[in-house]
Write a protein that binds this ligand. Structure first.
Ligand SMILES: Cc1cc2nc3c(=O)[nH]c(=O)nc-3n(C[C@H](O)[C@H](O)[C@H](O)COP(=O)(O)OP(=O)(O)OC[C@H]3O[C@@H](n4cnc5c(N)ncnc54)[C@H](O)[C@@H]3O)c2cc1C
Length: 530
């Protein structure tokens, strides 16, 4: 059998488990397995809320993908385009500003979903989703920062905003986030002498008439009562509509003064899948019972949260990790079946049950017909999720984290994370290339000091088109036309440049007419000389 290229998009539960199963089912000479993910690690989302309080340390909740599936080639890039007809996936640039095209024989799409802020003013700027490690870290840092500030702040109104935390969405993730947040804020606040417990507000906003709609009314009411007892305010039958830097605005018109808004709902497909022209239902990619993308059977499969699938008995497959991991096994079997020309299997996993942690030694569980609440459910929650955590080293580390959390108060260290700036400074030595002909147009440059030359490749070798000096700009033509560079720029002397990234350039162009006119004029002039 000829060696086949299997390409998996996404390194979450769906993607990583598909790769793990394929590695077991196929020999190395049968298939080359590649996986594209924006990070080189897999995030164990069910335990992510515990990063807020630090009861699980930051890197213990993630596992390196290479260790989980050592035979799979990891491509740490962003998927930008999927061409189902040409059977090619385009991924973003790396250090070298060139896109990479990845051809495939079999494709598995497992890109999950993203939080949808469409039509909700101010949410992109002022609300935080909660899905990734950086979201958990940002929230933890924000909470610690807010406590530090509130401790020295004398303005009553500002103190109120700093000490109010709003979480939108009363599903599993929203409930687990508010429970963990509430525990952490109230415990950590004891170290701040100027903060009184009654000043702290943790608010959960949910659109239904009870939280945890996936659970029985009895368990949901237990969770609701327990959270209220611990000081969480629960706002029902309302939803977050908009946000500003000063408040959360609900559909009912209620305004909650706050500096911290977390939104766990609603969700939608990542952009690259929104743009994909294929069958969709309920905003997800439609699969058949064998988890193949409709109209691309035998070539493309969809697994995890981005799939609209039903089980053998006709039930909709819910967006949970337990379903994504089982669906991954079915997909791996069906990819193997397609390679071997055998019959694919139908997905028939109906779920083992539901568990939600309520923090502080409490949870609710509805597992294999058993309904538990309080400590037994919490014990079950921890046991199940610890056993399910992939990798022995992570299990041991998390066990150790939990043990130390029993002995010591929560850690309040705020890790300052450097965020990538959209405008940066760069230095080039004489002879060094700033960018090459054919590279992606991903930035515009302004010369602060020094000189560079613009070169174009011709049949007779490189031809010098211009020399640029302090105050000159370059690189705008490819950015404005969204094309590749049509020339190479090389430093002639020591060169200092200001680099404006494409997203920042686009934002300035859209909002500052003078900026747009200057660069458009320059690009037109240069195009005329070409
Ligand atoms: C806080 C929280 C708690 C949860 N608790 C539970 C629980 O207790 N039990 C349970 O069963 N489920 C739980 N879930 C749900 C569960 O985590 C998801 O159902 C599961 O992660 C879905 O797996 P997936 O592979 O479809 O998506 P994901 O795990 O989200 O993986 C998608 C991957 O694709 C990557 N990606 C996306 N777009 C691109 C792109 N363009 N290019 C490259 N890579 C890309 C992402 O970075 C990510 O790594 C929880 C979810 C959250 C957020």
């Amino acid at each position: 059998m000829q060696m086949k290229n299997i390409l998996i998009l996404g390194g979450g539960f769906g993607g990583v488990y598909t790769a793990m199963h394929l590695e077991k089912m196929l020999r190395p000479e049968q298939a080359r397995i590649s996986l594209v993910n924006t990070e080189n690690y897999f995030v164990y989302q069910p335990m992510l809320p515990e990063v807020i309080s630090g009861s699980i340390s930051t890197t213990d909740v993630v596992s390196p993908i290479k260790r989980l599936c050592p035979r799979t080639r990891l491509i740490m890039r962003e998927v930008e385009k999927i061409d189902l007809d040409r059977k090619v996936v385009t991924v973003s640039r790396g250090f070298r500003p060139r896109r990479l095209e990845l051809p495939y024989d079999y494709l598995v799409i497992a890109l999950g979903t993203v939080t949808n802020f469409y039509g909700m003013p101010g949410m992109v700027e002022h609300a935080m989703p909660f899905r990734t490690l950086s979201h958990a870290l940002m929230l933890r840092n924000h909470v610690i920062h807010a406590l530090e500030e509130a401790d020295v702040e004398t303005d009553k109104e500002l103190r109120r905003k700093l000490l109010t935390f709003v979480v939108a969405g009363g599903g599993f993730s929203g409930v687990e986030v508010i429970a963990e947040l509430n525990d952490f804020v109230r415990t950590a606040a004891r170290s701040y002498p100027q903060i009184r417990p009654e000043e702290i507000r943790c608010v959960l906003v949910h659109s239904g008439d009870r939280i945890l709609p996936e659970m029985t009314a009895g368990l949901a009411n237990f969770a609701q009562d327990l959270l209220r007892e611990r000081g969480v305010e629960i706002v029902l039958n309302d939803r977050l509509k908009a946000a500003s830097s000063e408040k959360a605005i609900l559909r009912s018109g209620t305004e909650i003064p706050t500096k911290a808004i977390v939104s766990t709902a609603p969700s939608c497909l990542p952009d690259v899948l929104e743009r994909l022209s294929c069958a969709k239902s309920g905003g997800r990619l439609t699969t058949n019972g064998e988890l193949a993308l409709v109209s691309y059977e035998g070539q493309v499969w969809v697994v995890g949260d981005c799939a609209a699938s039903t089980t053998k008995s006709g039930n909709r497959v819910p967006p949970t990790a337990q379903h994504a991991t089982r669906a991954a096994k079915t997909v791996a079997r069906n990819v193997t079946a397609a390679m071997q020309g055998s019959r694919p299997r139908v997905f028939d996993f109906e779920g083992l049950g539901k568990l939600a942690s309520l923090g502080h030694h409490s949870a609710v569980a509805d597992v294999l017909g058993m309904r538990l609440s309080g400590f037994p459910a919490w014990f079950l929650w921890r046991t199940v999720y610890l056993l399910k955590m992939p990798g022995l080293d992570r299990k041991v580390r998390i066990g150790a984290d939990w043990f130390s959390a029993l002995l010591f108060p929560p850690d309040q260290v705020q890790l300052k994370i450097l965020t990538a700036s959209s405008i940066a400074q760069q230095h080039f030595e004489p002879g060094e290339i700033v960018f090459s002909e054919g590279d992606l147009g991903d930035s515009v440059y302004v010369i602060r000091a020094g000189e560079c030359e613009v070169l174009r490749e011709t049949a007779r070798g490189p031809q010098r088109l211009a020399v640029l000096r302090q105050g000159d700009y370059f690189g705008e033509m490819a950015v404005l036309s969204d094309a590749s560079r049509n020339a190479t720029v090389r430093a002639v002397s020591a060169l200092e440049v200001l680099v404006i990234s494409k997203p920042m350039f686009d934002m300035l162009k859209a909002n500052v007419p003078v900026f747009r006119d200057v660069f458009q004029g320059l690009a037109d002039q240069r195009a005329a000389l070409d």
